[in-house]
Write a protein that binds this ligand. Sequence first.
Ligand SMILES: [Zn+2]
Ligand SMILES: [Zn+2]
Length: 356
Amino acid sequence: MSRAAGKSNLPQGGTKKPRGAAKSSRTDAVVATKGRIANKVATKSRARTDKPAPRGKTSAATNASRSAAGRKVHCFGSHLSIAGGMHHAIEAALALNLDTVQVFVKNQRQWKATPFRSDDLQRWHALRATPGFCPPTAHATYLINLASGDDALRERSRIAFAEELERCDTLEIPYLVIHPGAALDAPAEEAIERVASSLNQIFAERPALRTMPLLEATAGQGSTLGRTMEQLAAIIEGVRESRRVGVCIDTCHVFAAGYDIRDQREYEKMIATADRLFGVERIRCWHLNDSRGALGSRVDRHEHIGKGQIGPAGFANVLRDKRFVNTPMILETPKETAPDGRDWDTVNVEVLRGLE
Ligand SMILES: [Zn+2]
Ligand SMILES: [Zn+2]
């Protein structure tokens, strides 16, 4: 995707206020949701009724036992390969001494998914139950664009995403991270409506679905949605059952989008904005990646922790934030071997543990 040269680098630039988005095409139900969110902003006690369901007890309990064993509190993981079967990713994570893992739930270059093998599922569930291992996270296929103005492509995306959510349910993965989508030539407001209505349809058709989609904050390359908290909020506001949607914050993306998380006050400001617009409890996953691109560059290129433009201070701001001690922290940094011969994931987690 090409860079959006000439566009504003500021996260607020060019983004329509969420509450003004395309009122005419909304249903009563959506308007009711909007009303609840408006109330939420006004009164803290009302906000409780609209927030997502509490997190599963698993991660907190796991963390307690990890702390008792003298280890630090966060669940650090990495995006690892599922080649040869889903369970290989957990095996690899355990071999790297990681606390959790992020996976694709099918080949990410294809639309079609092949059914899970039963022996693979059995081994996945056995490994998932390893004491001290935190619940895995999933990332959706990059082909999916719920914002597409092309009806056929959007429908294909919705069907594929729904199928991935169901696969996550089978794998007992609580969260499926998805890039909100790209508006392409359409106005952002229209694209935002399309993402929300795709989610509405998925939820309406699957009342028992447990896996929660997490809309990922993006670097804002090209016409991609999600480069501001306001845009994420606008999508959530269009979702009727908004308690079923969460958010994933990627440090590289928000930095490239213009949020200077190196500065503690700017970091706090970003989280306060997120809390005001959609509730901090909605942030269910962090992607910890340093950035090759400069602040506000809208360039999405991941770098090893502390070796990019963000540096250690930005990660310390996240890791010292008590609100996220039970939130999975996932590396999506390059995978090759570090100069000292160790795996880069091991080196990056060591750096992160030093900042807790
Ligand atoms: Zn990410
Ligand atoms: Zn990225």
